[in-house]
Design a protein around this ligand. Sequence first.
Ligand code: KG4
Ligand code: ZN
Length: 334
Amino acid sequence: MLILKVLGIETSCDETAAAVVADGTKILSSVVSSQIEVHRPYGGVVPELASRKHLEAIVPVVDEAISRSGVALKQIDAIAVTRGPGLIGALLIGFSFAKAYAFALDLPLTGVNHLAGHIHSVFLEPDPPPFPFVALLASGGHTNVYHVISHTELELMGQTRDDAAGEAFDKVAKMLGLGYPGGGVIDRLSKEGDPDKIIFPRAYLDKSGFDFSFSGLKTSVNRYIQTHEDEYQNQIPDIVAGFREAVVDVLSYKIINAAIKKGCRHIAIVGGVAANKRLREKVRQDAEEKKIKVHIPCFHLCGDNAAMIAAAGYHYLTNGGVSDMNTDVYSRVL
Ligand code: KG4
Ligand code: ZN
């Protein structure tokens, strides 16, 4: 089957997204409708509100992606849609829409793993990594290290045992009253702080393994706030800079070691946390010393988007991974 133009659809969390991608590499259009403003007052994603907003946005977002792509609907060759993991109600909106659309247009449909989608964001950039490579996926829900063997084979080498890295950013921001989501604001404020002034613990766990733990670090920031009740408000840039450095040190250490363990000369950093400026800088510095090449997508491809789903879906389809009308979504990794 020769698949050229894939319509991607993503609704796993709080972004309604659609994109048209040619040959799994070239973005013809990518539309992302964010619900951040809806969830901000609650300090996190409210699943029921997310589902309702996806329902309102899905048709206009898909229409917009098709019209911006310059491709006529009848020239779309297949549909790729996020199947999981994610919020079940949110996933169901995109998945049910995609099933109906594929049925009506008589197009092949493939259900894509959201995490494999994030990894495919690097294939939308020029000069993608050759196989095999190692990938760090750090987002609001996951902190996973993979040995990526091919477009369809991922070996999980390690993961967080408690909070995800992005979740730690969000929770620390909430403790300090910095709003939601926390990653971007902590990144910005850290520039004004000194990362060596307040040293927070680094949880390497087993130094030769690839699991993570961020809940101790989060507790440690909380304890600092409680024990410095009178002055912490004046130290926020130093607190967040110290926190960011602790997260980045561990992420960089583990992914470089994963590459060394697997004998890989290429690393990919993907997911919302890959937008972190210090992480991008530190991994590049550490990798250079080891002569390892780092691949990080541009900022708008780090967070949730549908172009990465279309890119992964292209490879599922060319490997025979077609879903049918009985395929269902899943909230956790199968
Ligand atoms: O991949 P993503 O958009 O959604 C999930 O699949 O979870 O990731 C969202 C996460 C949030 O926790 C957000 O705080 C974090 O990515 N994030 C960042 C930055 N920008 C977004 N974390 C650290 N630094 C950033 N600059
Ligand atoms: Zn994601």
